[in-house]
Design a protein around this ligand. Structure first.
Ligand code: BGC
Length: 686
């Protein structure tokens, strides 16, 4: 009997299988693997039993255009997932998406999208997570773990500095080493440490003058050598450039050029052969380029029987329930004068539901760009509320006759994505940034007119980015931010506004009072960039989001971490398990939290650290840990959080490393970045 080839033997360890397969592959077959076959798959190598490896967009579920036009669970936008501050939900969403990726016959989800939300105007904020690297990475790592628990590769994107969309394929992000490391790399660093993602997507833009897909410093020195990434790097679709050519991309550490032959012109067999014959690269470089991709193939079980790979699931109702739960927990109550919310249906009998987003269906093909998931059904806010109140209250058209008005406003993705690549329209979408921080003018007018007709007008925002509330904030009694709440959003919304669920979402981004207060908007060169020079200047450095507002004592409209509830909480009794900390120590912090109101709810305990004395300038405080806790009325719990030594570090440009300095630090425990009932001190010793 013929001996089973080593690479086919799943009982052998990963690297032994890879070594063997590398030996079996011819040079030409290796070239084939380095470039996609078509938009979503790699070339199969039938001779060796290697099927095509299939990818699908992400990151809000399995996208329609990349899954044979399949309908899948449309989860809330991931900025909303981040607003839940609930790591367990992030894992579950990853796991559910992983199952649906397999159902679609793919092996990798092109997500999570983790670019730091540097400006309220970035068109893709809805697909990202937060302005803060700790919140972003903790949520992203759980998505990755959930996906990979299903043997589906994550593809954390877009590495790195793709924090805006304007001229994304040409612009260079100009950034200092410290800011690059301390904010942007840190985000990826923590994701890699916590979840070992099997894939990462290189960005379209340049970083300090060099494109992401051929940037040796970014892709090799930082990603591989510093962060220890073991997975494969795929180019964003069309992001590999012929500026420095095939040799530069291979040397930098690009492992797969997408999207396939038709549009991918860098890692062509011809170019690679040329680079080999000129001596710019050698066969060992080719092996090193192919190796991480093979690692992913084995990790997802690509070479095992297809049958066992594609677990058929017929009932997606569990995933829809999960989508609803995430939506419920994501909603952030921004204002609630005289507790107008929740609306009591024993008293309220006539309800008006107005506004352009009341009946808008999100979930059309390519709406918003590559993240568009087309769901089997979509419950709009109007539909969700109508169903909920049926038999209890009447829906009427005239706000003047209503007991309460729900005014459902916000953004949309600006229409058809493909058209928009040519004719720019306003909206939060891939390929485009917003030009205004505010609501469209007609929506602001609608608020003014409606409030005059009925003062009990509650504004509900459906949008994936911060919205300027200043012009009308004082005119309305309540504002609820529902993000893009996904296919079950209408049902979730009704359960929140009528009080089945107390809101527990917290902002993952700062809402400035005006755009000019925001660190990314102090000049045009910071955002959208100097478009003649094609450079975007990250002059705010490490002072991204709340770090800047705190440093300059600027009052935001709504601070990072903020969100109201229908109940109240009291924090007390902050305790540390030690008074000094040294390298390799884990610090345990505990805080008591009590629900002091009369209904169940959830609070997010947020821990921030500030360095009392340091040789370099540091933010006043930075988020280092958080935990969401659920409490029935009157219930009290002790929340325990742990901090590693890295919670105290900063990036030293002098030493080219993250370091800590001995001395005293303040630890705050609170419920937003501007509300700290508790604090204590710790001394770091060397
Ligand atoms: C986007 C990626 C996406 C890819 C494939 C690109 O334009 O930037 O996020 O995964 O297309 O659709």
């Amino acid at each position: 009997m013929e001996k089973k080839k080593k690479y086919l033997d799943a009982s052998l360890d990963l690297e032994t299988r890879i070594d063997d397969l590398l030996e079996q592959l011819t040079l030409e077959e290796k070239f084939l693997l380095l470039r996609g076959k078509d938009f979503w798959t790699t070339n199969p190598i039938a001779r060796l039993g290697i099927p095509s490896f299939g990818m699908t967009d992400g990151p809000l579920g399995v996208a329609w255009h990349s899954s044979h036009r399949g309908k899948h669970t449309r989860f809330p936008a991931t900025i909303g997932l981040a607003a839940t501050w609930n790591k367990e939900l992030a894992y579950k969403m990853g796991e559910a998406m992983g199952k649906e990726v397999r159902l679609a016959g793919r092996h990798q989800l092109l997500g999570p999208g983790v670019n730091i939300i540097r400006s309220p105007l970035c068109g893709r904020n809805f697909e990202y997570l937060s302005e803060d690297p700790v919140l972003s990475s903790d949520i992203a790592a759980e998505i990755v773990k959930g996906l990979q628990s299903q043997k589906v590769a994550a593809c954390v994107k877009h590495y790195i500095m793709n924090n805006s969309e304007t001229k994304r394929t040409k612009i260079s992000a100009e950034i200092s080493e410290r800011a690059l490391q301390e904010i942007y790399v840190k985000n990826f660093k923590r994701i890699i440490e916590k979840s070992d993602p099997w894939g990462i997507m290189a960005c379209y833009n340049k970083i300090n003058g060099i494109y992401g897909a051929e940037n040796q410093y970014i892709l090799r020195e930082i990603l591989r050598d510093q962060l220890g990434f073991t997975g494969h790097v795929v180019s964003d679709w069309g992001a590999a450039r012929n500026t420095s050519g095939a040799a530069a991309c291979i040397k930098a550490g690009l492992n797969l050029e997408m999207p396939g032959k038709l549009l991918s012109k860098v890692l062509t067999p011809k170019n690679i052969i040329k680079a080999l014959s000129s001596g710019e690269i050698n066969e060992k470089d080719i092996d090193e380029a192919v190796r991480p991709l093979l690692r992913t193939f084995f990790r997802v079980g690509l070479l095992e029987q297809e049958e066992s790979i594609f677990t058929k699931i017929s009932d997606l109702s569990e995933h829809q329930e999960l989508a609803q739960k995430i939506a419920e927990e994501s909603m952030v109550l921004l204002k609630n004068d005289s507790n107008i919310l929740p609306v009591n249906l024993d008293e309220v009998k006539k309800i008006a539901i107005l506004g352009p987003n009341a009946k808008k269906v999100f979930g059309k093909p390519l709406q918003g760009g590559s993240s568009a998931v087309v769901p089997p059904k979509f419950i709009t806010p109007f539909e969700g509320i109508r169903k909920y109140v049926s038999g209890k209250a009447e829906i009427i058209a005239n706000p003047e006759d209503a007991d309460v008005v729900f005014l459902i406003l916000g953004l949309d993705h600006g229409g058809n994505f493909l058209k928009m690549l040519f004719i720019k329209t306003e909206g939060d979408t891939e390929g485009n940034d917003r030009t205004h921080y505010g609501l469209p003018d007609n929506q602001v007018r609608l608020i003014e007119e409606t409030v005059l007709k009925n003062p009990n007008t509650i504004v509900i925002l459906i949008a994936g980015s911060p919205i300027d509330c200043s012009p009308w904030h004082d005119k309305v009694p309540a504002i609820l931010n529902a993000w893009y709440p996904g296919m079950m959003g209408g049902t979730a919304l009704a359960r929140v506004i009528f009080g089945d669920v107390s809101p527990s979402g917290k902002l993952p981004v700062t809402y400035p009072k005006k755009l000019e207060d925001h660190p990314a908007h102090l000049s045009k060169k910071r955002f959208p960039g100097n478009l003649k020079e094609l450079k975007i200047y990250y002059e705010e450095g490490i002072y991204v989001g709340y770090r800047y507002f705190d440093k300059h004592a600027i009052e935001p409209m709504f601070p990072f971490g903020f969100g109201l509830s229908y109940t109240t909480f009291k924090l007390s009794n902050i305790k540390l398990d030690k008074s000094t900390i040294k390298e390799n120590d884990i610090l345990t912090i505990s805080v008591d939290v009590q629900n002091t109101g009369s209904q169940a709810g959830a609070e997010v305990i947020q821990i921030y650290v500030g360095d009392d004395e340091c040789s370099v300038d540091r933010p006043l405080k930075e988020l280092v840990a958080f935990e969401k806790v659920f409490l029935t009325a009157g219930e009290k719990k002790t929340v325990t959080l742990t901090l590693e030594h890295s919670a105290f570090e900063f990036y030293s440009e002098q030493e080219s490393a993250f370091i800590t300095e001995a001395g005293s630090f303040t630890l705050w425990a609170g419920t937003s970045s501007r509300d700290f009932p508790l604090s204590t001190k710790i001394t770091l010793i060397k």
